[in-house]
Design a protein around this ligand. Structure first.
Ligand code: UFG
Length: 337
């Protein structure tokens, strides 16, 4: 029996595949390399000493996806594949809805055809929208501020509706907070296309002198130092959360949304200072105007993950800063060496 990992060559996907292989799961990866690089597959093998099956494939290619299910005995799916750049989604809404939503529908149709009804889905804390007050709990109403966020909201609804229509389905909707950090080895990590949109990869590219200075989007929020507050979570903690969610899905039915966060909020300046301290590097920055669509404060109530899945984040912000830098320093061009 194998676990199918869509988007398994991506940042969170690759860290999750390492955990799966280290826990003796058989893994099949599907990835189209739209935002990832083939080198990561060699690194995963190097780190785990284990092999897996790989298909270069976009989920919209139904016929070839059916072949994956014909050729492998798939027990459950961990579904990461999707476009994820908030700003780009505003310029390319049709591409985002088609790739993320239609791609997921095709995947679910094929799963149904092959009677595979366990799925762990990469959702996002972005579904808490602008109007909820942190700490966010899973029962809060969901919404979004951009097409990327709406694809997550819509896919959550599709999975919940599926579990209502057929009580054999067990979708787990994992709402990630802000994943940063990298594998302790420094061999796999986050490798954004172009200029990073997110805070930590931007900081590490300033540290490696690919970028001149960090722009901090606003210091006039209603937060202790005026900069935005988020719940940063180590990607390896996040990856381990997927194994717990998989286990839960395989042993229960019905849909569950679960936050994966630490429950701690840190400001942009906290992260900059933690990075400087952990790595003994100065990060030049300037304060610029707010970025449209950003909330002031977002962090998880992580109680449900603990009660339902038996999962808790373990790594400190210092670990996250240290491993993010180790990855970037050892791989200044990411996987594109
Ligand atoms: N920030 C900066 N400068 C930068 C980048 C970010 O000041 O160059 C600030 C942001 O304003 C925010 C914080 O750093 O206060 C974190 O920003 P990120 O872009 O790293 O993360 P977001 O919280 O905006 O977004 C992330 C994911 C989204 C997801 C969202 C859910 O990138 O995919 O969390 O909360 F939808």
């Amino acid at each position: 029996m194998s676990i199918l990992v869509t988007g398994g060559a991506g940042y969170i996907g690759s860290h999750t595949v390492v955990e799966l292989l280290n826990n003796d799961y058989e893994v099949v990866i599907v990835d189209d390399f739209s935002n990832s690089h083939p080198t990561v597959l060699d690194r995963i093998k190097e780190l785990t000493g284990k092999d897996f099956t790989f298909y270069e494939l976009n989920l919209l290619d139904k016929e070839n996806l059916q072949n994956v299910f014909l050729e492998n005995d798939i027990e459950a799916v961990i579904h990461f594949a999707g476009f994820k750049a908030v700003g780009e989604s505003v310029s390319l809404p049709l591409e985002y809805y088609h790739n993320n939503v239609t791609g997921t529908i095709v995947l679910l149709e094929v799963m149904k055809e092959f009677n595979v009804k366990n799925i762990v889905f990469s959702s996002s804390a972005t579904v808490y929208g602008m109007d909820n007050k942190a700490p966010f709990t899973e029962d809060m109403p969901t919404s979004a501020t951009n097409p990327y966020g709406y694809t997550k909201v819509v896919i959550e609804h599709i999975l919940e509706d599926l579990a209502v229509a057929d009580n054999e389905w067990s979708p787990i909707l994992l709402r990630y907070f802000n994943p940063i950090g990298a594998h302790e080895s420094g061999r796999i990590g986050e490798d954004p296309n172009d200029i990073p949109n997110n805070l930590m990869p931007y900081i590490t590219q300033v540290a490696v002198q690919k970028l001149e200075k960090l722009s901090i989007y606003g210091d006039d929020y209603d937060t202790p130092d005026g900069t935005g507050v988020r719940d940063y979570i180590h990607v390896v903690d996040l990856a381990k959360g997927h194994l717990k969610a998989l286990d839960y899905s395989l042993n229960h039915t019905g849909a569950q949304a679960v936050n994966l966060g630490t429950g701690e909020g840190y400001s942009v300046l906290d992260v900059v200072h933690a990075f400087e301290k952990a790595n003994d590097i100065k990060i030049p920055y300037e304060i610029v105007k707010r970025r449209p669509g950003d909330i002031a404060v977002g962090y998880a109530d992580p109680t449900k993950a603990k009660d339902l899945l038996g999962w808790e984040a373990k790594h400190s912000l210092e670990d996250m800063c240290r491993t993010s830098w180790k990855w970037q320093k050892n791989n200044p061009q990411g996987y594109k060496e």
